[in-house]
Design a protein around this ligand. Structure first.
Ligand code: GRF
Length: 276
């Protein structure tokens, strides 16, 4: 089989997984995700007929083409539900000048999320959504997508956001929503990645940053860091090591985006391009 056949087969397998995911039809981004005809219409010069949000690759290429010194801070929104240590790592990296980004908006799915306090302390605009708003998750995501756009965000960074993201967000920011997961995907998906890996007795685990899509924890992988689990560690020790990795890896990945180095291939694998 040629490498082209390989990549078509991989893509078909991936599509099958995404479409086979147990999600309600509204949760799937559907056309915006897989409809290649939309692209063809644009190609045919009929752009007005298709309101397609900007493609990540076009945005990334445009940044890569700029001189590093001239690149504006990457405008991002952060979604969180809890303590927000990953948000803090992003805030600190921006403050230290190692991350060329600007956090335009922090959205919390819980008014009690401590991450909100961190955002406020850093002078970042926040939006809190109550349980009532999430009673209709699709509408909630419409509100979030609208507010992120209004705040000028180009990328959405999920940092301990304990909700699924749905079509309105995914289609508004196609391939531009990223998530951090405290295990080496595709192993130990779900909300308890650290505990599940620990309980299984793995000798190696780690952290994954991936693009979010309709299949929970299944989106294209941008970066991973592994960690050897040492004899005698309890789950708390493992947790500490995982979080320490997250706090370095997440700012690093956002900086890759700020440098325009991330390219999503047709087969939905992510290529990290060399520094320009
Ligand atoms: C992190 O472990 C992240 O991997 C997971 O949720 C946790 C969030 O922690 N998705 P924090 O709120 O950033 O401290």
């Amino acid at each position: 089989m040629s490498s082209k056949d390989d990549s078509v087969a991989a893509f078909e397998e991936y599509r099958r997984l995404v479409e086979g995911a147990e999600l309600s039809p509204e949760a799937l981004p559907g056309e915006a995700f897989f409809d290649e005809s939309a692209e063809r219409e644009v190609d045919a010069g009929n752009a007005a007929a298709v309101r397609k949000p900007l493609d990540i690759n076009d945005l990334q290429d445009a940044r890569a083409a700029q001189d590093a010194a001239e690149r504006a801070p990457l405008p991002i929104g952060v979604l969180l539900s809890g303590s927000g240590t990953n948000l803090q790592a992003l805030i600190d990296a921006i403050g230290a000048g190692t991350l060329n980004a600007q956090i335009k908006l922090v959205v919390a799915s819980r008014p009690s999320a401590y991450g909100l306090k961190r955002a406020e302390a850093a002078g970042i605009q926040t939006l809190t959504l109550s349980k009532d708003v999430y009673a209709d998750p699709i509408q909630a995501d419409e509100v979030i997508a609208h507010e992120l756009l209004a705040a000028g965000c180009e990328y959405v960074v999920m940092a301990g956001y304990m909700r699924m993201v749905h079509a309105p967000l995914l289609a508004t920011f196609p391939n531009r929503v990223i998530n951090i997961h405290p295990a080496l995907l595709p192993s130990f998906t779900g909300a308890h990645g650290i505990q599940d890996a620990f309980d299984r007795g793995v000798k190696v685990t780690g952290v994954t940053v991936h693009i979010a899509n309709a299949a929970y924890d299944m989106g294209p992988i941008i970066a991973q860091r592994s960690l050897a689990v040492e004899e005698g560690w309890d789950v708390e020790t493992l947790e500490e090591h995982i979080h320490a990795i997250e706090h370095v890896l997440y700012p690093d990945v956002v900086q890759l985006l700020a440098d325009g180095r991330v390219h999503v291939r047709k087969d939905l694998k992510v290529e990290v391009r060399p520094r320009g």
